[in-house]
Design a protein around this ligand. Structure first.
Ligand SMILES: N[C@@H](CCC(=O)N[C@@H](CS)C(=O)NCC(=O)O)C(=O)O
Length: 205
């Protein structure tokens, strides 16, 4: 059976769980990382030299990098649904997946660390303000995309939506002064109503 190595509270593990739930794949998940530790142990590092989660073991095929895992599982089990067959449609989903990792992730990271990982009396309001502004600016780009279509890469849910589940859920769950992003908010409600999302995406804090 497919094995997911990584704690459920990790946003990157949650992507992997969400794609498995959408594809109705049987899997087993082991708590590794965070308070569970184990990701600095030689047996884990032999699978994933980065020492981060998630890693999957698919009958001996080891893969790390959450968005690569999402692509792999979507292509293997959801070709024509989560993984578009058409090269341009697939590239469209790919582009947004890469954007999540390279552009949105770095903007949101400091905000997450402040709100979710720093005790209230140690938080830095300036970092929170700047990171909220920057994340809002980035998410406005996604909002503009979602003004034109209901899902990130078109008319149906694809792998392009998956990486945004955990981060957007946190963004709307944090107690922040947020800019209005009505199309993103509607997307969050749309995907949030899916059973697979509810089973995969952890609480915001
Ligand atoms: N680019 C990697 C990043 C993975 C990552 O940073 N994972 C975090 C959790 S979200 C982690 O392993 N942190 C250390 C820990 O949980 O102990 C991916 O997308 O898989």
């Amino acid at each position: 059976m497919l094995k997911i190595l990584g704690r459920a509270s990790s946003s990157n593990v949650a992507k992997t769980v969400w794609v498995c739930r959408e594809l109705k794949l049987a899997f087993e998940r082991n708590d590794i990382g965070g308070e569970f530790g184990g990701n600095d142990k030689p047996d884990y590092l032999a699978l994933n030299p980065n020492g981060v989660v998630p890693t999957i073991d698919d009958a001996g095929f080891i893969l790390w990098e959450s968005n690569a895992i999402v692509r792999y599982l979507a292509r293997k089990h959801g070709l024509g649904t989560l993984c578009p067959v058409d090269a341009k449609a697939a590239a469209d989903a790919d582009r947004w997946m890469d954007w999540q990792q390279t552009t949105l992730g770095p903007a949101f990271g400091p905000l997450f660390m402040q709100i979710a990982r720093t005790p209230a009396d140690k938080r830095d309001p300036a970092i929170i303000r700047q990171a909220t502004e920057r994340t809002g600016q980035m998410l406005a780009r996604l909002d503009a995309n979602l003004a034109k279509r209901p899902y990130v890469a078109g008319e149906q849910l694809t792998m392009g939506d998956i990486p945004f589940g955990p981060v957007v859920h946190r963004w709307f769950g944090f107690d922040l002064e947020r800019p209005a992003l009505p199309h993103l908010e509607a997307w969050h409600k749309r995907v949030g109503a899916r059973d697979a999302f509810k089973q995969a995406i952890p609480p915001t804090l």
